[in-house]
Design a protein around this ligand. Structure first.
Ligand SMILES: Cc1cc2nc3c(=O)[nH]c(=O)nc-3n(C[C@H](O)[C@H](O)[C@H](O)COP(=O)(O)OP(=O)(O)OC[C@H]3O[C@@H](n4cnc5c(N)ncnc54)[C@H](O)[C@@H]3O)c2cc1C
Length: 392
C-alpha cells in the first residue's frame, strides 16, 4: 500500500517533532524550511517540562545531563540586591539547540528541504498541492503548518488573523559564565532569578554550556514606538547607544548581580504577541506550534506546546480509522489547550501591558505584581495547571 504523505511547512521545533512522529507512524514526510542555513544558531534558553522529555524519549532521544542545567530555587531580588521572595524550584533549564539538533539529525536524509519557502496551496480533487517560492510544487494527503508566529499556512486559511502586539518587548541576552569574575559566578550559584521593577519583569537563569540567559520584559507602548525601536536595531543586536541605555537602566533598577549579567551581553529584543487561530484543522490542513497559538512567554511552554501538538496529531492519526476523524480529535484537544495557554499568558503579562496601555479599564487583580504569585506561576509545570487539560 502506498504511504500517506505529509508536507510540513517550517523546519523548527514544531515541524521537526511532527516530522519525526509521523515518520514513526509510517507516513512519508517532507519538511520545507524557508531559511536556507542550519537553524542551530537561533534560539536561547528555554524552560522544560516532564511532558516534553516524555515525547523526546518516545522518539528514542536520550535524556542525559547535556539536555539542561538544573536550577534549585527561584529568588526574587530588589534593586539593592535584597531577597524579596524565595521558592524551592527544582527544574531543568535547557537551550533551544539541545532540542532542535537531535530532532533534525533523526530525519531521513533528503526529507528536509532548506530554502523552501511555502507560498500557497490548492486542492486538486482531495489531494493538497503545496506551492513554493521557486515555482515548484509538491502533493500530499496532509499539509501541516508549523511555520510559526507569522505562519503563511495560517494566512492562507485565515487571511484576517494577525499577531496582536501585547504592548511590551522582551529584551534578551546570553553570556558565557567564563566572562564573569569568579565572585560573580559564585554569587549567582544555580538559581533562577526574578527582578520586578514596577510594571516590568526580568528573569535570569543558567543554560547548558555554562552560560546565563535573561529575558527582561519592558513596556513599549505602541506600534510607532516599536517601529522606532526596530529601526534602531542593526542585525541581530541593537545599536550600541540603545544597548548602553538598557545597561544604564539595569544599573539603576536591577539588583547589582543581575545588572552585571546584562552589562556583559549584547542585548537584542523580541516584541511580545498573542496569536489565536479560529480553528487549527480545515480539510486536510492543520496548524501546530506557534502557527496555531502563540502564548506570551510567561507561560514558558512554547517548545513543550509544539511537541505536545505534534504528539497529539500523531496519536490521533495512529488511533483513528480515517484522517478526518483524527484531525477533528486533534483540533478539539489542542484547540482547548492552545486557547488556555493564550489566556494564561495574557493574565500573567497583564500588569506589564497595563503600563503601556493605562487607558484600559484593568481590574485590580490584573495589576497584581506580587513576587509570591509570579514566582509560582511563571513557567509553572503542567501538573500545576489542570485547567489546560493533559489528554493527547
Ligand atoms: C522572549 C521569548 C521567550 C521564550 N521563552 C520560551 C521558553 O522559556 N520556553 C519555551 O518552551 N518557549 C519559549 N519561547 C517560545 C518558543 O521559542 C516557540 O514557541 C517555539 O520556537 C515554537 O516553535 P515552532 O516550530 O512552532 O515555531 P518557530 O520556532 O517560530 O518555527 C517556525 C519555522 O517556520 C519557518 N517558516 C516560516 N514561514 C515559512 C514559509 N512560508 N515556508 C517555509 N518555512 C517557513 C521559519 O523560518 C521557522 O524556522 C519564547 C519565545 C519568546 C519570544
Amino acid at each position: 500500500m502506498q504511504k500517506q504523505r505529509a508536507i510540513i511547512v517550517g523546519g523548527s521545533i514544531g515541524g521537526l517533532f511532527a516530522a519525526n512522529l509521523l515518520a514513526r507512524l509510517g507516513w512519508a514526510v517532507d519538511v520545507y524550511e524557508r531559511v536556507a542555513d542550519d537553524l542551530a544558531g537561533r534560539g536561547a534558553g528555554i524552560g522544560t517540562h516532564d511532558e516534553l522529555f516524555a515525547v523526546l524519549r518516545e522518539l528514542g532521544i536520550a535524556m542525559d545531563d547535556s539536555i539542561g542545567m538544573r536550577v534549585d530555587e527561584r529568588v526574587c531580588l530588589d534593586e539593592r540586591g535584597a531577597v524579596v521572595q524565595r521558592l524551592a524550584w527544582p527544574h531543568v533549564m535547557s537551550h533551544w539547540v539541545r532540542i532542535y539538533r537531535p530532532l533534525r539529525e533523526r530525519l531521513e536524509p533528503g526529507s528536509y528541504h532548506a530554502g523552501g519557502g511555502f507560498v500557497d496551496f490548492s486542492d486538486d480533487d482531495g489531494e493538497i498541492v503545496a506551492h513554493f517560492d521557486d515555482g515548484s510544487s509538491a502533493r500530499c494527503d496532509l499539509l501541516i503548518g508549523a511555520d510559526g508566529l507569522r505562519s503563511t499556512v495560517r494566512s492562507c486559511l485565515f487571511p484576517d488573523v494577525q499577531p496582536a502586539y501585547a504592548g511590551y518587548v522582551g529584551w534578551r541576552g546570553i553570556v558565557a559564565e567564563s566572562a564573569f569574575p569568579a565572585a560573580l559566578r559564585e554569587a549567582l550559584g544555580n538559581h533562577y532569578y526574578f527582578a520586578l521593577p514596577p510594571g516590568e519583569m526580568m528573569v535570569c537563569y543558567p543554560v547548558p554550556g555554562r552560560a546565563w540567559n535573561y529575558v527582561w520584559y519592558r513596556p513599549v507602548p505602541g506600534d510607532p514606538e516599536l517601529a522606532d525601536l526596530a529601526a534602531e536595531a542593526s542585525g541581530p543586536h541593537v545599536r550600541p547607544e540603545l544597548a548602553a541605555r538598557l545597561k544604564s537602566i539595569a544599573r539603576s533598577t536591577l539588583a547589582p548581580l543581575l545588572a552585571e549579567v546584562v552589562e556583559r551581553t549584547q542585548p537584542f529584543f523580541q516584541a511580545i504577541y498573542d496569536v489565536e487561530a479560529p480553528r487549527i484543522a480545515a480539510g486536510r490542513v492543520v496548524l501546530l506550534g506557534d502557527a496555531a497559538y502563540v502564548a506570551r512567554p510567561h507561560v514558558g511552554m512554547g517548545v513543550t506546546k509544539a511537541a505536545l501538538d505534534a504528539a497529539c496529531l500523531a496519536r490521533s492519526l495512529g488511533g483513528s480509522r480515517d484522517v478526518d476523524t483524527a484531525l477533528a480529535r486533534y483540533a478539539r484537544l489542542r484547540g482547548e489547550f492552545g486557547r488556555g495557554c493564550v489566556r494564561r499568558g495574557r493574565r500573567l503579562g497583564a500588569y506589564i501591558e497595563a503600563r503601556a496601555r493605562p487607558h484600559f479599564a484593568w481590574p485590580p487583580e490584573a495589576l497584581d505584581q506580587s513576587a509570591e504569585r509570579l514566582l509560582r506561576e511563571i513557567g509553572a509545570p503542567l501538573a500545576a495547571i489542570p485547567e489546560l487539560g493533559a489528554e493527547l
